[in-house]
Design a protein around this ligand. Sequence first.
Ligand code: ZN
Length: 353
Amino acid sequence: MTDPRYARHLPLEHWGPEGQQKLSRAKILVIGAGGLSSPALLYLAGAGVGHLTVVDPDHIDVSNLSRQVLYTEADAGRLKVEVAKERIEALNPGCRVEIHARALDEPLAKELFPRFDLILDGSDRMDCKTVINFTAHACSKPWIYASVSGWEGRILSLESRRGDSGCIRCLHPTLKDGQIDTCENQGVVGPLVGALGSLQALEAIRILLGVAKAGSRLHSIDGRTLSVLEHQLRKNPNCPVCAAKTTTAEPEEDVLSLSLGDYQKNKERYILVDLRPETEREAHPLPPGHTATAWGAPGTQEPLPELPAGKTPLLLCRRGMMAYRVQAELSGKGVSSVVLRGGMEAWIREGKS
Ligand SMILES: [Zn+2]
């Protein structure tokens, strides 16, 4: 390895020329191109990681600039992934960068995940983290979770197939709407987000160099006191994502969500549960021939309606996002359910009965 940009890595224990070769062959998938991913991408490219793929649908807004250090005011209005690719390639032309200007959903996750050594979660949305958690488990990939809410940040690397390592569903068995807040509704401390993103890059390098394995050790950092709490995430023996799979030899099945087409082929297996408010149900009723059990949104404390035995609840909301939260809440009560991908909007778009 003769590239002088890596000269400071060569004397390092666990790194050196061999480690540098490992990094140059590594492929990392980064979900989100915001405050966590900005420093993570820069440090990974700077470290000599050979391939980075970035997935994010958003455009740059001036409200992002306090923490999304990849971007400048002149970039406002441009796609984040396009600018991120330019900045990474300017920093290290040896790093190959692939971009996807769209939100991560299950089909894209299933297409992408098998090609990567690990996944770095720079998203700030629980529905996205849910898809990463599920797909990383299904594809046996290590991934690095991080979240920042107010003054508190959390980081955790996971490999839920290994030993008694748990997953994010074990951590949030009864997740409710609002428990994981986005930057818009909680406020966000820019340098804390940057610190967490840098730690994600460090954790990725530790795993790639073989210094550490994804270990289910959760670190919580309080930005007001700089105190760090550490605890081991235990596998929940009833976790619908990671526990059942270790005791069965059955092949993986897509149990998290379903397309409208797949539902229509196997209608008899499901009972539709309509999570939309009454006004929306009236504005966009189900097509003729379909019936649904109505159930209020999470947090309304309505008891779960009686559902017929032998049928799987298929959760329907406006776009599919709230349904993932309800799914997490139901799984905490031991009820398996499936999300109708794209929600009622997909149904209206496809115009099928
Ligand atoms: Zn789990």
